[in-house]
Design a protein. Structure first.
Length: 345
């Protein structure tokens, strides 16, 4: 009988005992090899629910990851808020080209009929399809992880990073106006995804925190309250994925209510566990570029086993899987977890 991957993942996410530490990706999983094998390639898979589903399932069914993760970019809400978006290519993700609120929050408001806008219907439809395909009587249940940009990411997309930082220090009321709207936007979208069957939400956000451009006082006084509100109002578990060296910020971030925090390889797993304590679980942090993209399966396994030995709660790449990552290296992540348990016995 197959293990129930969904139960195992949710147990790990909530800090309960598990059969085995899950091995998966909470960040994007679309690769060129998987696109070629499924016929579901970018950029079409960003907007076509059937192609989005096919590519997402391939991360589990072909690459062996113990979850299904979708979609593949961080521009969905930015586009709805008026940003021009370049949809990218087969191996380049979509990117924001314009910042419609770079002058300030005048005319900034929640869009009416949000769930009908832009690519949101595509993602909601994909969620419904994936839920039906990943939970049935004939196979192990597989966790469904949806990705969504967080309020800081939306803020920096619609207003530019430099303005976000300047207003945080010099115009706190302006900063709060943006965070208020962006947080409510994320809450409504997140709850729609949960309503359609996602098991958890991974929210990549706060890259400016990891870059150390944002002072700790701003994180504590101006960002943390909105993160706490989001965690309280969203109807399901939220994982915060945060890029960069966020070691100094982890204590504050772990007090916001996130079930888990996903960190990249720049952060020491030992130091991260000391900072977080039992307030949140840790996910990561095999290097997605130096190891997953350019390494060999043996190199992936060695780094993955180091993460496991350091006490990671869920084994995963430290950020999104690069589109040119070899399939063998993705499979090696799960193989490393299995070998680690065998070597312990």
């Amino acid at each position: 009988m197959e293990r129930n991957l969904r139960k195992n993942f949710l147990d790990a996410l909530h800090g309960n005992p598990v059969d085995r530490i899950p091995a998966l990706s909470v960040t994007q999983t679309g690769t060129v090899e998987l696109m070629d094998m499924t016929g579901a390639a970018w950029p079409e898979a960003h907007s076509d629910p059937k192609k989005m589903v096919a590519l997402a399932l391939a991360g589990h069914e072909i690459a062996g990851l113990e979850a299904v993760r979708y979609p593949y970019c961080l521009t969905v809400l930015a586009e709805i808020m008026g940003c021009n978006v370049r949809m990218g290519t087969k191996d380049i993700q979509p990117s924001v080209l314009s910042h419609p609120f770079s002058k300030g929050p005048e005319n900034l408001r929640m869009p009416e009929n949000l769930l009908e806008k832009g690519r949101i219907p595509t993602i909601l439809k994909a969620t419904e399809i994936l839920k039906n395909l990943t939970v049935n009587e004939t196979q192990s249940e597989v966790p469904l992880i949806a990705g969504m940009e967080g309020p800081l990411t939306v803020f920096t997309h619609i207003a530019e990073i430099k303005n976000c930082l300047i207003w945080a220090l010099k115009k706190p009321d302006c900063f709060n106006t943006f965070m208020e709207t962006c947080t409510e936007l994320c809450i409504e979208y997140a709850n729609a995804i949960f309503d359609r069957g996602a098991d958890t939400l991974c929210m990549p956000d706060g890259g400016i925190v990891g870059s150390r451009m944002m002072p700790p006082s701003v994180l504590e006084d101006s960002v943390k309250p909105f993160y706490k509100r989001l965690c309280e109002k969203v109807n399901g578990p939220v994982i915060l994925h945060i890029c960069g060296d966020v070691g100094d910020s982890l204590k504050t971030l772990s007090e916001c209510g996130f079930e888990a925090i996903s960190i990249e390889e720049k952060v020491s797993m030992k130091a991260a566990k000391e900072a977080i304590g039992d307030r949140a679980r840790l996910i990561g942090n095999v290097s997605p570029s130096g190891t997953m993209l350019f390494g060999t399966p043996d190199v992936v396994k060695a780094e993955a086993k180091e993460c496991l030995s350091a006490g990671v709660d869920i084994l995963a790449p430290g950020c999104g899987i690069a589109p040119r990552t070899p399939l063998a290296n993705i499979r090696a992540l799960v193989e490393a977890r299995d070998e680690w348990y065998e070597e312990k016995d």
